[in-house]
Ligand binder design. Structure first.
Ligand code: RI2
Length: 319
């Protein structure tokens, strides 16, 4: 298939998502929606058919960047389903206004989720975090706004050390932070009142797909009796898992783990670099969304309500 050209802003957004210059499920969704809006604004299509083809091509380009972050296809579906009209101008306007609406709802959802998550945190609590999640941090932010004192044990999160982003953000909010290597997590769980993580994707059975290392942390936390709270907007719910599809785990470049200069010292070994892992629902205490908090086993009820039972074709596929 020969795709129409996408605008430079779509190409840049797609590259930035693939390279993780733009990362985090909510941020990826926001950037993808914005890029479709820019494609619509910049389009010089002569006919509605040409315009639709351009938008679909832009969506495909963005969609193929990271397979696990389900917020990305969910965002693209939302925007493309808002594309309506009989002329190029009507189509353009519908996309632009849908993007504005989507991004507003995204912000609102994170705020609402933050309040629900904050209600679980008590004054004086210590959280343990893994990776960097804007949804998880919105719970902390709201708890601080409510006047609670919160401390954090922040896991570094190899290989890309995204825990540093979390540490920096929390310090900006004057939260006392203890940074630890991932391997020290079990030792410090006795000092934690909650494990608080985000999600890239939530499956219909309540499994949580999040940054690799989450599942081991959850098993250790359960053994230590520390509750595990997952902050995830409903944008992270994976509709395909209702009909038996599994979540594809993104495998990233081995050089993120073993750069070329180190490889020469280690020799010829195979390096695997999965970005995510799957935490079974039995290790999760609550999934906090903007629509309330759910035990993981009941998330399917919310998914049925939101998506229905039917799976239609994707709006970016050719008719
Ligand atoms: P928010 C991140 O993945 C982390 O796994 C994090 O928990 C998740 O996205 C959700 O982030 P990556 O993009 O949407 O760093 O809560 O691979 O910001």
């Amino acid at each position: 298939m020969n795709d129409p050209d996408v605008t430079p802003s779509v190409a840049t957004a797609a590259d930035d998502i693939a390279e993780m210059e733009i990362r985090g499920a909510a941020t990826i969704a926001d950037a993808a929606a914005a890029a479709i809006g820019e494609q619509a604004q910049a389009s010089e299509a002569d006919s509605p058919e040409e315009f639709r083809a351009e938008i679909r091509a832009a969506a495909r380009r963005l969609h193929e960047t990271r397979p696990t972050a389900v917020s990305l296809p969910n965002a693209l579906r939302y925007v493309l389903r808002g594309m309506k009209g009989d002329t190029v101008e009507e189509l353009r306007e519908s996309i632009v206004s849908t993007v504005v609406e989507f991004r507003r709802e995204l912000d609102q959802a994170q705020d609402n989720l933050g309040q629900i998550g904050a209600n679980r945190l008590r004054d004086g609590d210590t959280i343990m975090t893994h990776c960097h999640s804007t949804d998880a941090l919105s719970c902390v932010h709201r708890a601080l706004d409510d006047g609670k004192e919160i401390s954090a044990i922040v896991k570094e999160t190899r290989p890309r050390k995204q825990g540093h982003i979390t540490a920096r953000q929390l310090r900006d909010w004057d939260v006392p932070v203890t940074l630890i290597v991932d391997n020290a997590a079990r030792r410090y769980l006795d000092d934690a009142d909650h494990v608080l993580v985000g999600a890239d994707s939530i499956a219909a059975d309540g499994s949580v797909i999040n940054k690799v290392g989450t599942s081991g942390l959850a098993v250790n936390a359960r053994e230590r009796g520390v509750p595990i709270m997952v902050a995830a907007q409903t944008l992270k719910l994976h509709p395909g898992t209702m009909t038996g599809h599994t979540v594809e785990i993104e495998m990233r470049d081995p050089r993120e783990i073993l750069p070329d200069d180190e490889r020469s010292k280690v020799g010829n070994v195979r390096v695997e670099n999965p970005a995510f892992d799957v935490t079974p629902p039995r290790y999760v205490d609550a999934i906090v969304t903007e629509r309330g908090q759910f035990p993981p086993e009941s998330i399917v009820t919310l998914m049925r309500e939101m998506f229905g039972e039917q799976q239609n074709g994707e709006p970016w596929d050719e008719p």
